[in-house]
Design a protein around this ligand. Sequence first.
Ligand code: GLA
Length: 392
Amino acid sequence: MNIALPPMGWNSWNTFGSNISDSLILETARAMKEKGYLEKGYEYIVIDDCWSLRERDAEGRLVPDPEKFPRGMKALADDIHALGFKFGMYSCAGVQTCAGYPSSYDHEFTDARTFAEWGVDYLKYDFCNFPAHADGKTRYATMSMALKASGRDILFAACNWGTDAPWKWMKSLGVHMYRSTGDIQDNFQSFSNIAKSQLDNFCMSGPHCFNDMDMLTIGMYGKGNVALGKACTEAEYQTQFGLWCMMGAPLILGGDIRSMDAASERLMLNERLLRIDQDPECRPPHVVYRGRVINNEYDPETGSWWHEYPDCGLTLFRHLSGNEFAVGYFNFAPKRGSVPFIFADAGLPYGSGVGLHLTDTITGEDLDVHRDYYNLDVEGHACRILLATLVS
Ligand code: GLA
């Protein structure tokens, strides 16, 4: 399998949890096609945990829950394929899935064959209920070989939540993407911490094996299965998508596509941002600023014009193909503040005479040519993502 770019698709878990069915999955696939997601590259439709019965059949095979999936998985997979998508499913390296359903420990080859028979193209492979004496790396290696022996090309999406620094070894096991962190929750703190925790690891993410920062929560607005804490704002969702695209992470959507609000839909279908995420060179970003953000608005409660937020500013610079670049300004502080971008930090010193022609990815605004530096005032919890070309 040649997985050359960060995989894109949709997964049932974030919004629906155990509340999944044949009709939900098909309705989602149809909505993704009608609303243009498939055309933009979101090609995998993935069913997460809770799809099976609690027991295997007499031959030791996993059985789809007939109440949720009355036609079985093959018929559903055929319909998903007929719409032009690829079909994803879920199992786990332990003895039970995280929600307590049978999983693939010591059943790897049987289950991989079953998935292949059903027409599965993508397997998310979790890490709950894993025997203490067993070795995680060996079991991910086993499922990788079982998938290869199944006779079907199946993308292997390992999900061990960052245990034992998977960025150092998953690629060597034939894995195509690996979850590098614990579960995302639909709040600003959760996804910000996930992205910050992976900034140093993206040099090990690239063609054939991508660092997966978890499914997105854009458009969920505090509803669904991973709602916890304060619901996100539109600006916060832009920050989520901006981080994933600037880092070149897989884009597996988690909201309810059927009833998505217009702003979230525009964001997830934004061609400039998708072009950054899917850039063929798959280079990680380079951190050109990480430090404080200062807010200079008068606060009558403290009587102060000076509010310092340590480690809340982040500027990422990314080399794209064709001598193009992307610049991401992130303000993790709750208040507006200036986030710097000094071109010398990206390799364009003062006096080089070379400037950057900048375009805003979200508004499409032409920001003109700048030299030496271009600092931006960014609202609290918001971001600005720019595309850049060199101008001599
Ligand atoms: C784990 C995974 C989640 C999801 C659930 C399902 O927590 O990390 O992404 O698959 O299990 O139970």
